[in-house]
Structures are given as structure tokens and as C-alpha cells.
Write a protein that binds this ligand. Structure first.
Ligand SMILES: *Cc1c(COP(=O)(O)O)cnc(C)c1O
Length: 400
């Protein structure tokens, strides 16, 4: 018997996250063959739904693989870049560092544009760097989960597109929650994992590639590892979309069934007059605004610069006199949040996820704020958790 969410702590970290009952039911079904007709239907529909969630063109190619976000990053990187290629990486934190290491291991020369922790390099700085080198690709992290900083993905994608450079965006903490218009902005690779804003358990690597990205793979002198090669996977994904059986490497069948349901929920969202993925973006912006109203009412401040703060998580500085033991006190009050992650300052802040299913659940957001309020009240006199919850509620109701 699975304990109900009222009896166990609420999982409000930046992934894995709480999942909806329908997603959990789909995931918990009996195992199925990867060539069973109903599985083929669910997988084919998931690929079609990915294009809608990614706002990608009809000639883009979605991929669903068993794996984590890091596998999706590796697949995105090694199919468009080969040994000796020069790439520019916009570095906003921990996961940008990881991508730089991956690219160097692939034999690429990686130039980085950096910014202080909590900031992002300006578009001008990136433009200038691009002028200084003969680059093959531009890499960026859409939302850096270590700092809660959101990059200007549209600006970066358009900069790369104007120069006919491949652009690759790590969307692991963003896809399905933060605005990303793959086709309109001319982005080439947008990747994520199932346990973040897509709203599934961990275990799927998800990416969509543009026709230009697929051509970049064809032009590589040194192929990527076989298990990550889009040339192996493209015929398989096409077969599923055409509702034909195929096999290269067994898909995570239960997770793909859950993906069909999870993407369906995303596309059925309605919010403030919007529908589909637009509504999902709008809903996450409202949840983030509500969380920020509560945090500010509690006297807390964010690690990222205000105009760069992501909608999927909040990276919050510990107030004076409070340390990382606050995370344990919040858990004792019924909500799991995460500690800091950026090596330069991880003892100075904690992180609260507010994406996916929980962004749709007022009760999850308010329970999180109440737990935070009561944990803080144990350290600081005069903290008013009720006022913080009221401030958040007003934003969620559109009254503020
Ligand atoms: C979580 C995350 C990853 C890594 O995903 P794993 O599933 O842990 O491998 C990569 N990039 C970003 C931005 C993330 O948030």
C-alpha cells in the first residue's frame, strides 16, 4: 500500500517530484511487451505529444530513451559535436560545468562565457564571444538547478540561429514548465529527464532534435557511442510513430506508459485563458510568483538576481543566524526540500522545487510555505507563516 501524500512528507525538491495519481497508476501497471499494439500506441502518441510540449516543428525528431538527464545531455552533445570541434558554452553553474566536461571528453575545444554565481552572462557577452571564434555549436543550461538561474534561452537560440550554429539547451529543470519555443526560436536540441517538470518518476531521457541537428550527426567523422547514436534510434522512433513494431534496445515500457499520461496532462492544462503548453508555462509562472510572495513575506531572499529567477524552483538564502539545519526542520514539519548544490556557496542556501504536478496543487504549495514558516519560527522570533500563506494564496487567486 502506498502511503497517501497526507501521511508522508511532501517531496518538494528540484526533482524527483510528486507525481499525479494518473501518472502513478500508469507507471504501476503490469509490464508490457515493447511490441504490444497498445504499447506501440502509447509510445507513438508520446512522441507526438513531445513535439507539442517542446513547441517543435513537425519535421523535428523526438527521442525517448531509458536513462537520466545526464544520459540525455551526453546524447545531445555527442551527436552534434566531434573531436576537434570548437564550441561555446554559456556557463550558469553546476550542470553547465558537467556539460563542459562531457564536451571536453568528446575531444571538443570548449570556450566558456561565465558570470558570478546567481547571474547569467549577458547576450552581449555571448555575442562578442561568438565573434571571436569559429564555433560549431552553442551550449546552454535553460534553468541551472544549482542556482535557480534561468538563461535567456530565446535570445541565445536566436543568436546561434542567425550564425547557423547548432544550439543545444539542457532543459532538465525547465522543459514543460518554462517557455521554450523550439521551432520559433530555431533551437536545435532541447533535452530533459522524466523526473523534473515532465512529472514522472526518474528513468527516461527525453530529447528533440531539429533536422539541422540530425544533419550534424551525419557529418561527424567519428560516430558517437552506439547506444546514444541518433542514427540507431531514429528508425526506431519513426517506427513507433508510424505504429509499427521495432527493436534496437528495450524501452522502459512502464515509464513510457506513464509518459503518455504525463504529457497528456501537460497538454490538457488550462490556466488564465491559456490552453496546452502555454497554459503550463503560465501556471508555473503563477506558482513561482506565489512562492516568491511567500518567501518575501517571510523575510527571505533569493540567490539569483530577481529577473533571472526560474519558475521551476527557488534557491533561497538562509537568513542571518540560520544554517543548513533548517532543511531538517522543514522535513520534520512535513516537507522535503533540498540543500544548496553550487560548490562555491552550497552552505548558504537551500532549494525548493515547485514544478510539475505540485505546481498544479495549491495544497502542495501552501503546505510547503507552512512547513517553511513553522521551521523558521523555531529559529527567528516574529515569523508569521500564516501571513506568508495568505500572500501566496492571493497570487494564486490572481488577486495580486
Ligand atoms: C537534474 C539535472 C540534470 C541531471 O539529471 P540526472 O537525471 O540527475 O542525470 C542535468 N541538468 C539539469 C539542469 C538538471 O536540473
Amino acid at each position: 500500500v502506498v502511503p497517501s501524500v497526507a501521511m508522508r512528507p511532501l517531496l518538494m525538491i528540484p526533482g524527483p517530484i510528486e507525481i499525479s495519481p494518473a501518472v502513478q497508476a500508469a507507471f504501476g501497471g503490469p509490464p508490457t511487451s515493447h511490441v504490444a499494439p497498445d504499447f506501440i500506441e502509447r509510445c507513438g502518441r508520446s512522441l507526438e505529444r513531445m513535439r507539442a510540449v517542446w513547441a517543435a516543428s513537425s519535421d523535428s525528431q523526438p527521442f525517448i530513451l531509458a536513462g537520466s538527464g545526464t544520459i540525455a545531455m551526453e546524447m545531445g552533445a555527442c551527436n552534434v559535436v566531434g573531436p576537434g570541434d570548437r564550441v561555446l558554452l554559456v556557463n550558469t553553474g553546476f550542470f553547465s560545468d558537467r556539460m563542459a566536461t562531457m564536451l571536453r571528453r568528446r575531444g571538443a575545444t570548449v570556450d566558456e562565457v561565465t558570470a558570478p554565481v546567481g547571474h547569467a552572462p549577458s547576450l552581449d557577452a555571448v555575442r562578442q564571444a561568438l565573434e571571436g571564434g569559429d564555433y560549431r555549436a552553442l551550449f546552454a543550461t535553460h534553468v541551472d538547478t544549482s542556482t535557480g538561474v534561468r538563461a535567456d534561452a530565446e535570445g541565445l537560440a536566436r543568436l546561434a540561429n542567425e550564425r547557423e550554429l547548432i544550439s543545444v539547451f539542457d532543459g532538465v529543470c525547465a522543459t514543460g514548465a518554462e517557455r521554450f519555443e523550439m521551432e520559433a526560436w530555431g533551437a536545435d536540441v532541447y533535452l530533459t529527464a522524466s523526473q523534473k517538470a515532465i512529472g514522472l518518476p526518474a528513468g527516461l531521457a527525453l530529447l528533440v532534435m531539429s533536422p539541422r541537428a540530425l544533419r550534424a550527426r551525419e557529418a561527424l567523422a567519428q560516430p558517437p557511442p552506439m547506444a546514444l547514436d541518433v542514427q540507431e534510434w531514429t528508425p526506431i522512433m519513426r517506427a513507433y510513430e508510424e505504429r509499427r513494431p521495432s527493436y534496437f534496445s528495450t524501452p522502459a515500457t512502464n515509464l513510457v506508459s506513464a509518459l503518455d499520461v504525463g504529457l497528456g496532462e501537460i497538454l490538457e492544462t488550462e490556466h488564465r485563458g491559456h490552453e496546452g503548453i502555454e497554459a503550463r508555462w503560465s501556471l508555473h509562472a503563477a506558482a513561482a510568483d506565489a512562492m516568491r510572495a511567500a518567501l518575501s513575506s517571510l523575510g527571505l531572499s533569493l540567490l539569483p538576481e530577481a529577473n533571472l529567477a526560474a519558475n521551476t524552483l527557488s534557491a533561497v538564502r538562509y537568513p542571518k543566524g540560520v544554517d543548513a539545519s533548517l532543511v531538517g526542520a522543514i522535513k520534520a514539519a512535513g516537507v522535503v526540500v533540498a540543500g544548496g548544490l553550487h560548490p562555491a556557496c552550497k552552505a548558504e542556501y537551500f532549494r525548493v522545487g515547485h514544478m510539475g504536478h505540485s505546481a498544479t496543487q495549491r495544497e502542495h504549495l501552501l503546505r510547503t510555505i507552512e512547513a517553511l514558516g513553522s521551521a523558521l519560527a523555531g529559529c527567528i522570533a516574529g515569523v508569521d507563516g500564516d501571513a506568508a500563506a495568505l500572500a501566496a494564496g492571493a497570487v494564486l487567486d490572481g488577486r495580486q
